[in-house]
Design a protein around this ligand. Structure first.
Ligand SMILES: CC(C)(COP(=O)(O)OP(=O)(O)OC[C@H]1O[C@@H](n2cnc3c(N)ncnc32)[C@H](O)[C@@H]1O)[C@@H](O)C(=O)NCCC(=O)NCCS
Ligand SMILES: Nc1ncnc2c1ncn2[C@@H]1O[C@H](COP(=O)(O)OP(=O)(O)OP(=O)(O)O)[C@@H](O)[C@H]1O
Length: 294
């Protein structure tokens, strides 16, 4: 068991690891990976790496905020501020490209939630529920006039966007991706295969507003159907599952759409899985206090 003497620093390191795990996972349909930039023309593997490096101080500050005692409303306001600062650092590092906005959102909430609890209490459902309670509080600093691809897709198609998924407790992660990750890991002993199956499990159920914005409901339906085929074929450990994954890649390339929301939630899945593993190896009762949101 790892002894965590500096919890915020440890958590920020785990966030970076989860983001690198997501980036390095290959082959991902439509997304940037070790093969190349997928459907993206304005950013590539190096841009994503630079973004991950630039985000580490922001996640450290988010973890420090979560670890402080205080009420949930003040914490939400502080996270909004820190989230926007992290976005600014990302944009500076990427020449203005949105590489990790959705990841800052979901991993920021989960990091703050984890920082507020002793490590022995980092069970997956508990972290997701704590993060959901923070997400449900309005952000006083949010500009209501801000236009975003996500907002447009939500208004136009009635989709559940990044905020709703968080407020509902990250159901695609807790009920779909994590069980598949753990099942495939046990069955195959291969972490990459387990992560590819977890990504397929997310793509099979998510209203990904990145895909909706680019490809509309037809593109989203094609993504979900293609991902279900991967799972129905026995997952990416099987030749039929790998072929279905390649088909899904071609489908998304045809739509020029990339499942960025699913990618963010895969990073969240890897992060939660790592913390839950740590919790099961940790006796409860370190010195951390549970604050208002815990
Ligand atoms: C709520 C956020 C994600 C804005 O969402 P919005 O729907 O307006 O969409 P936008 O297109 O700008 O970004 C959404 C991103 O979320 C990801 N995403 C897309 N669909 C989904 C989905 N269904 N579920 C989860 N994530 C998704 C994608 O990566 C996408 O790029 C967030 O950026 C925000 O409000 N930031 C303000 C700062 C803040 O409060 N930060 C908190 C840090 S802890
Ligand atoms: N490996 C990855 N490849 C591509 N996108 C990723 C990856 N991992 C996460 N993402 C997420 O995808 C989103 C970027 O996707 P996209 O380029 O479609 O964003 P956008 O700025 O909303 O759209 P557009 O560029 O079409 O205006 C980011 O918010 C990021 O969190």
């Amino acid at each position: 068991m790892v002894d965590i003497t500096d919890k915020p620093a440890w958590l920020a390191d785990r966030v970076s690891e989860a983001l690198v795990a997501e980036l390095d996972l290959t082959p991902k349909p439509g997304l940037i990976d070790r093969r190349g930039a997928g459907v993206h023309h304005d950013m590539d593997y190096a841009t994503m790496q630079a973004s991950i490096r630039a985000l580490h101080p922001g996640f450290l500050a988010i973890a420090e905020a979560g670890a402080l005692p205080g009420d949930a409303v003040s914490l939400r306001a502080r996270l909004g501020l820190l989230g926007r600062e992290a976005e600014a650092a990302m944009l500076l590092a990427t020449g203005g490209m949105n590489t990790h906005r959705g990841a800052i959102w979901c991993l920021g909430l989960l990091t703050a939630a984890a920082a507020a609890r002793p490590a022995g209490e980092w069970q997956a459902e508990r972290l997701a529920a704590d993060a959901a309670r923070i997400a449900a509080i309005d952000d006083p600093g949010l500009d209501p006039a801000r236009v975003s691809n996500g907002k447009q897709a939500i208004t136009r198609y009635g989709a559940a966007g990044a905020r709703q998924i968080a407020v509902e407790g990250f159901v695609p992660v807790i009920k779909h991706a994590l069980p598949v990750l753990q099942r495939t890991r046990t069955a195959t002993g291969c972490e990459q295969t387990a992560r590819l199956d977890a990504l397929a499990a997310l793509m099979a159920v998510l209203d990904d507003t990145c895909v909706l914005h680019r490809a509309g409901p037809a593109g989203l339906a094609a993504m979900q159907t293609g991902a279900r085929r991967v799972l129905a074929a026995g997952g990416t450990a099987t030749p039929a599952g790998r072929a279905a994954l390649a088909d899904l890649d071609h489908t998304l390339t045809g739509y020029r759409a990339s499942p960025g929301g699913a990618a963010d939630l895969l990073a969240a899945t890897v992060f939660i899985d790592r913390l839950a593993e740590h919790a099961s190896a940790t006796a409860t009762g370190d010195n951390a206090h549970a604050n208002a949101i815990a």
